[in-house]
Design a protein around this ligand. Structure first.
Ligand SMILES: C[S@@+](CC[C@H](N)C(=O)[O-])C[C@H]1O[C@@H](n2cnc3c(N)ncnc32)[C@H](O)[C@@H]1O
Length: 233
């Protein structure tokens, strides 16, 4: 067994770098166009994670954050299969937005116990009714769950929105509430060209770094879950 492989909840090893988002649809991003137009004011408003970020103009964020099964349906299946989740597994999404990923988990695994937390009251108010009872507004730095509550904790493109010290807290919290399995994605780069593209693309993130520095950070805070990178193409 390699250091990256894990034998169960009590493992002391670090997690694996693994692209579990490989079935998520890729979009070509208009990076140069956005970089030329985005101002500090757009960033300030985007970081409020309100209506403008989700459903306002494109320069503030998503430019319309709508449910479509093509986004998460295959990816939740990937998570379930990779982590060999039982039908009644407990799954937490940190940064659950309008609950799109959890909705697709619910379709795939109707007996699962689902929970989602997100800082955005707007996202909660506009969440899918199918999963709204499982969602709450709150911060990744203080997860309102007991230690080892979840078989799998997922956090996609969320904790990098916190400043470094709070990002560390969020990682510790994800580790604390997980029974050993977690998967996160964060803004990162592997080389200078990727760093330059990311800098042009970033709207809300406050903590971003080279992949090796992220790995050092995971070790420093004791995050033992799996991880992958958001690197704009
Ligand atoms: C880029 S979106 C990703 C949403 C969702 N995970 C997805 O992949 O579609 C980032 C999300 O993080 C949420 N967020 C930002 N800061 C947060 C915090 N401190 N705690 C919890 N959620 C946060 C935002 O409201 C937003 O829903």
């Amino acid at each position: 067994m390699t250091v990256a492989e894990r034998s169960g909840p009590a493992q002391a090893t670090l997690g694996r770098e693994i692209d579990l988002m490989d079935r998520y649809p890729r979009s070509k991003r208009p990076i140069d166009q956005r970089a030329a137009l985005v101002t500090d004011e757009h960033r300030r408003i985007a970081r409020q994670f309100g209506q403008e970020f989700f459903d306002g103009e494109r320069l503030f964020g998503y430019g319309g954050y709508h449910y479509h099964p093509r986004f998460w349906q295959e990816t939740v299946r990937r998570f379930r299969d990779h982590y060999q989740l039982a039908d009644d597994a407990a799954i937490l999404d940190v940064g659950s937005g309008k609950g799109f990923m959890l909705h697709d988990f619910r379709e795939l695994m109707p007996r699962a116990t689902l929970a989602g937390i997100d800082i955005s009251q707007y996202a909660y108010d506009h969440a899918l009714e199918s999963v709204k009872p499982h969602l709450q507004v709150g911060c990744a730095t203080r997860l309102p769950f007991a230690d080892r509550s979840f078989d799998l904790v997922i956090s996609i493109n969320t904790i990098h929105n916190l400043p470094l010290e709070q990002c560390k807290e969020a990682l510790r919290e994800i580790e604390r509430v997980s029974r050993g399995r977690a998967f996160i994605t964060v803004d990162a780069w592997r080389n200078e060209a990727q760093r330059e593209r990311l800098m042009k693309w970033i709207l809300t993130a406050l903590t971003y770094m080279h992949v090796d520095d992220w790995k050092r950070l995971f070790a420093e805070v004791g995050y033992r879950g799996d991880y992958y990178w958001f690197i704009p193409e």
